[in-house]
Design a protein. Structure first.
Length: 666
C-alpha cells in the first residue's frame, strides 16, 4: 500500500486536499490531507465516492458506437477516424459553428480548458456562454465592485457577526461550517437566512425563514432601517460610492409593511438585522440559489448594497462573499485556449442551448460534442433538451458512465478519472489554494484522458502540432506569469498546495475596478451593456407579484438544491439509497393536502412532472417544495423536468429556482 497526496476535482466550494491509498495499481481509499491549510484533513462523502467512481463495475471502459439503437464496442481508431471525419464534413458543408460544444464543470482541473483550445484551432464552434450555476451573481458583483472577490477563509476570525444568506454550508461548503463552529465558541454571532431550516441553521444564534426569491427585498428593508436609525457608514458612502441617491429613491418606493409581507420576515427581525450589520465587522456569505431567479442579479446587487451601506466592504471580518473569481483569474487561460485561432464563432446561452439548437436556422446544429457535463439531467427544461439533442445528426459524449446524456449519444468515448491523469485543481468559489493531483494509477480498460482524446482528434484534423505538448507543458502554459512569481509546477508538486497571489481582504484600499473606481450602487457597466444600471424592485418571474394567474394555478415554490451525497448527477447510480425522488414539502402543504411522510406525489407544472416520495420539512418558509437536483431518468428523472430555461436579469444566468409547481397525492 502506498499513500499519495492528491486533490478533489469536484465542482465545489472547498477544493480539498486528499491523501489517497493505492494498492496493486488500484485506488483503495481516499481521505483528507491534514496538512492542507484550509481543508485540514476533512473531506465529504462526495469526495470519498471518487474511489467508487474509479473502480465501479459499470464504468464505461471502451469506445462505444450506437448501431441500430444499441451501443457496440468499437476501437479507438474507428471512433477517432469517424468522429474527426464527421467534424471535418460538417465544417466543410455548414461551417464550424454547425458544431456545438456543450461543456460544463464536472471537473475543476486546469486542463479542462483544453477542449476550448481544440475548437479554437479547429476554426471555431458554437460555444456556450453564461452559466446555469452562478452567472447572475458574478455579473452583479462585476457591476458593483468590478469583480467577484471573497475574503480569505481565515478572515472570519476578524468578524463580529456572520450572516449566512442562502448557503447551506453543512452540505456544500463544509470547511466554512468548521470555521463557523470555531468562531461561535469565540463569541461570534451567527445568523442564517434561508427558506429552509438546514444543518447550518442548527448552529446559528438566529434562523430567519424567508420567502424564496425575496432576499433582495429583505436587503432593501434592512437598508431602510439602517437609514432610518442613522446607522449607515456615511464616510464610505460619501467618498467611495456612486448612485446612493438612486438607492434611497428605491428604498422610499416600498414600505416596511410591504417588505414584511413579501419576505415573511417581521419588522422586529429586520430592525435587528440592521443593528447587526451596523455593529460590525459583519461578514455576509451568500449562496448561489437566490440568484437563480429572473431577479437573481438584482438580488445579489441589493445584498452588496446592504454590505456597502453598513460599512462592511473592504474591512477585515466583513465582505459580500459570493464567488472568488480572482482565483481562476490567476491563470493564463488564453495561453491554453488560443482564442486568436478562432475564425468563426457563435454563442448560445447555456440555459437556452436546447431552444437555440431547435431554432438555429441559418447555420443548423449538425453535431454536438459534450465534455465535462450531463446536460440531459442538469440543464433546465429536460423535455426540451431531450428533443433538441435527439434532433441533431451526431452526438458525441466524453464520459465515465452511461448518464442520461451518454444514453442519447451516437458515440461515447470513455474518459479517465481524476487519479488516472495529472492536473492541478482550484475553485473560484472560496479559498485561494491551488492543489496538485498526480497520476496515481493507469486508466482502466481503454479509458483515456480528455487531453489525449482532443489531441488525437486534432492530429486527424491537421492541427496536431498545436497539441504536441505533455500534460506538464500544458499546465505550465496555464500557470503563465505565476511562474515569474515563483508559483511553478515544480513547487505545486513539491508542496501539494500553494496559495495564489490574490487579495485576502478585497477592496481594502477602497479602490474598485468599476469604471468610476468606486462602489457603484448605480452601475455604469450595466448601463454600458444596455441595462438600467439602477437597483430595482424586482420579483421572481414565477410569483404572485409577477404572474398572479400562474401563481394561482401553481401555488408552490420549487427549490432544487444540491444533493448531499452526489456532486450534481454523478453518484446516483452508485448509491442505492439515492435511487428515488425525494419530495420535501413545507408543513403547511402537508396539512393542506393531507400528506404524510412516504406518500407518493406528483409534482407538476406546464413544463413537465415528476413523481416521488414525500418528506416533510421540519421548519421552513411556507409553500415550499424541494427536490434535489441531479436524479437520473432511470431512477425517477431530473427535477429539471419542471424548471424553466429562461435566463436571469443579468449575466446570462439560469432561473432554475424561479419555478412554481402544483402537487397532488397519487
Ligand atoms: S466535494 Fe467538496 S467538500 Fe467534498 S471532498 Fe470534494 S472539495 Fe471537499
Amino acid at each position: 500500500m502506498t499513500t499519495f497526496k492528491s486533490a478533489c476535482p469536484l465542482n465545489c466550494w472547498d477544493s480539498c486536499g486528499f491523501v489517497v491509498e493505492v494498492e496493486n495499481g488500484k485506488i483503495v481509499k481516499i481521505d483528507g490531507d491534514k496538512e492542507h491549510p484550509i481543508t485540514k484533513g476533512k473531506i465529504c462523502g462526495r469526495g470519498r465516492m471518487l474511489e467508487a467512481r474509479t473502480n465501479a463495475e459499470d464504468r464505461i471502459l471502451y469506445p462505444l458506437k450506437k448501431i441500430d439503437g444499441e451501443f457496440q464496442r468499437i476501437t479507438w481508431e474507428q471512433a477517432l477516424t469517424e468522429i474527426s471525419s464527421k467534424l471535418a464534413e460538417v465544417r466543410q458543408i455548414y461551417g464550424s459553428t454547425a458544431i456545438l460544444h456543450s461543456h460544463d464543470y464536472a471537473n475543476g482541473g486546469l486542463l479542462t480548458k483544453i477542449p476550448n483550445r481544440f475548437f479554437n484551432c479547429f476554426g471555431g464552434a458554437t460555444e456556450l456562454i453564461g452559466s446555469i450555476c452562478w452567472g447572475s451573481g458574478i455579473e452583479a458583483q462585476n457591476w458593483d465592485f468590478g469583480n467577484a472577490a471573497s475574503h480569505s477563509p481565515e478572515d472570519i476570525y476578524n468578524s463580529k457577526n456572520v450572516i449566512i444568506w442562502g448557503r447551506n454550508v453543512t452540505r456544500t461548503n463544509m470547511h466554512l461550517f468548521a470555521y463557523l463552529q470555531e468562531v461561535k465558541k469565540k463569541g461570534v454571532n451567527i445568523t442564517v437566512i434561508d427558506p429552509i431550516y438546514n444543518g447550518t441553521a442548527k448552529i446559528a444564534h438566529s434562523y430567519i425563514p424567508i420567502t424564496p426569491g425575496m432576499d433582495g427585498i429583505l436587503a432593501i428593508g434592512i437598508i431602510k432601517e439602517l437609514l432610518q436609525l442613522d446607522l449607515q457608514d456615511k464616510n464610505f458612502i460619501q467618498n467611495y460610492t456612486v448612485g446612493f441617491e438612486d438607492l434611497v429613491d428605491l428604498t422610499d418606493s416600498i414600505s416596511i409593511e410591504q417588505i414584511e409581507k413579501m419576505t415573511n420576515v417581521p419588522r422586529e427581525t429586520i430592525t435587528n438585522l440592521a443593528q447587526i450589520y451596523s455593529d460590525g465587522p459583519t461578514a455576509t456569505y451568500m449562496g448561489l440559489g437566490m440568484q437563480r431567479y429572473g431577479n437573481g442579479g438584482n438580488t445579489i446587487r441589493l445584498i452588496d448594497a446592504l454590505v456597502a451601506v453598513s460599512g462592511n466592504v473592504g474591512v477585515p471580518g466583513g465582505g459580500a462573499n459570493f464567488g472568488n473569481t480572482q482565483v481562476g483569474q490567476s491563470f493564463d487561460s488564453a495561453a491554453l485556449t488560443l482564442p486568436e485561432r478562432k475564425k468563426e464563432s457563435r454563442a448560445f446561452v447555456m440555459s437556452e442551448q436546447a431552444e437555440k439548437i431547435l431554432t438555429a436556422s441559418e447555420t443548423p446544429i449538425k453535431m454536438i460534442m459534450v465534455s465535462c457535463g450531463n446536460p440531459l439531467t442538469q440543464v433546465p427544461n429536460t423535455a426540451l433538451v431531450q428533443e433538441a439533442f435527439q434532433s441533431v445528426d451526431t452526438v458525441v459524449v466524453l464520459e465515465q458512465f452511461m448518464t442520461d446524456t451518454a444514453r442519447l449519444a451516437d458515440y461515447v468515448l470513455p474518459s479517465a478519472t481524476v487519479f488516472e491523469e495529472e492536473d492541478i485543481y482550484y475553485s473560484s468559489m472560496y479559498h485561494h489554494y491551488v492543489n496538485y493531483g498526480p497520476k496515481l494509477v493507469e486508466a482502466r480498460g481503454e479509458a483515456k484522458s480528455d487531453v489525449w482524446i482532443w489531441t488525437e482528434l486534432a492530429k486527424r484534423l491537421g492541427f496536431g502540432e498545436d497539441f504536441e505538448y505533455t500534460r506538464e507543458e500544458f499546465i505550465e502554459m496555464g500557470l503563465g506569469s505565476l511562474q515569474d512569481r515563483g508559483i511553478t509546477l515544480e513547487l505545486i508538486k513539491e508542496k501539494g498546495h500553494v496559495p495564489l497571489p490574490v487579495k485576502l481582504v478585497p477592496w481594502h484600499d477602497f479602490s474598485f475596478t468599476t469604471p468610476s473606481g468606486k462602489f457603484e450602487f448605480t452601475s455604469s457597466l450595466g448601463e454600458m451593456k444596455g441595462y438600467d444600471g439602477r437597483l430595482q424592485l424586482l420579483y421572481p418571474r414565477e410569483s404572485i407579484y409577477s404572474d398572479k394567474e400562474l401563481a394561482e394555478k401553481y401555488p408552490y415554490s420549487l427549490l432544487t438544491i444540491h444533493p448531499l451525497r452526489s456532486n450534481h448527477s454523478q453518484n446516483y447510480h452508485l448509491i442505492e439509497g439515492l435511487q428515488t425522488v425525494k419530495v420535501e414539502i413545507s408543513k403547511d402543504i402537508a396539512e393542506e393536502k393531507g400528506l404524510e411522510p412516504d406518500d407518493r406525489v406528483r409534482v407538476y407544472n406546464d413544463r413537465g412532472e415528476i413523481t416521488g416520495k414525500v418528506q416533510i420539512l421540519k421548519e421552513s418558509s411556507p409553500n415550499i417544495v424541494c427536490i434535489d437536483e441531479g436524479q437520473w431518468h432511470i431512477f425517477g428523472g431530473s427535477v429539471n423536468n419542471l424548471t424553466s430555461h429562461q435566463i436571469s436579469d443579468n449575466g446570462l444566468g439560469s432561473t432554475l429556482y424561479d419555478c412554481l409547481v402544483g402537487i397532488e397525492k397519487l
